[in-house]
Design a binder for this molecule. Structure first.
Ligand code: CTP
Ligand code: MG
Length: 183
């Protein structure tokens, strides 16, 4: 097997390991869109309050129901992954950390969007698609250390694939009538 072929296979193996590892963050980020629809009147995390700039702290898109639903769903998927592929996580708390980081990243993104004047649901490219993953990995790896697949090229590819998957699933949710906007 040639060197380039070997490197290609290594990269693919790394990418698959990476995607399995970040699954709790993906699920935590995506679950609220579906779950919150089952709630009659979801309660915004910022309780409807404004920041000192007169704009909403976070906006109606970040709710308690979404937060807890995301944390639970992400953790549950982590449990399933742990059973099917032992060794993926170094501690049962790692999927909890990945889910928490994903929710935190999403909330920080909304906070930043409100501060620069983007109202709820408005787009902030790159941050909308990958901010949750950046904070999830930052939090999990601060506590548990990086994973063996985490070289620069695999990470770059992981973020690229995440952005595409995010756009794809959001477009799907829009077509299913789950979301108001396609992105
Ligand atoms: N959601 C929620 N609570 C969360 C995260 C998401 O209720 N903590 C739900 C909301 O119904 C939200 C939807 O999931 O509208 C999509 O999430 P997202 O795209 O992150 O929010 P946006 O509505 O686009 O708001 P923002 O501009 O603040 O990102
Ligand atoms: Mg959005």
């Amino acid at each position: 097997m040639g060197l380039d072929r070997w490197m290609g296979e290594q990269l693919l193996t790394n990418l698959i390991s990476a995607l399995v590892y970040v699954l709790p963050a993906y699920v935590a980020n995506g679950a609220p869109v579906v779950l919150v629809r089952a709630v009659e009147r979801p309660r915004p995390l910022d309780m409807g309050r404004n920041f000192i700039d007169g704009r909403r702290i976070l906006g109606d898109g970040k709710t308690f129901e979404g937060l807890f639903g995301g944390l639970l769903s992400g953790t549950a998927i982590g449990l399933v992954v742990s059973l099917l592929l032992p060794g993926t996580f170094r501690s049962p708390l790692e999927p909890v950390t990945l889910s928490s980081g994903a929710m935190l990243g999403d909330i920080l993104g909304s906070f930043a969007k409100r501060r620069i004047g983007i109202s709820q649901g408005g787009p902030l490219p790159v941050v909308d698609q990958t901010g949750f993953l950046a904070v999830a990995l930052l939090l999990a790896w601060t506590i548990f250390g990086p994973k063996e697949w985490s070289d620069a090229f695999t990470l770059l590819l992981l973020f690229l694939v995440t952005a595409l998957l995010h756009l794809g699933t959001n477009a799907g949710a829009y077509l299913l009538g789950l979301k108001e906007r396609w992105y």
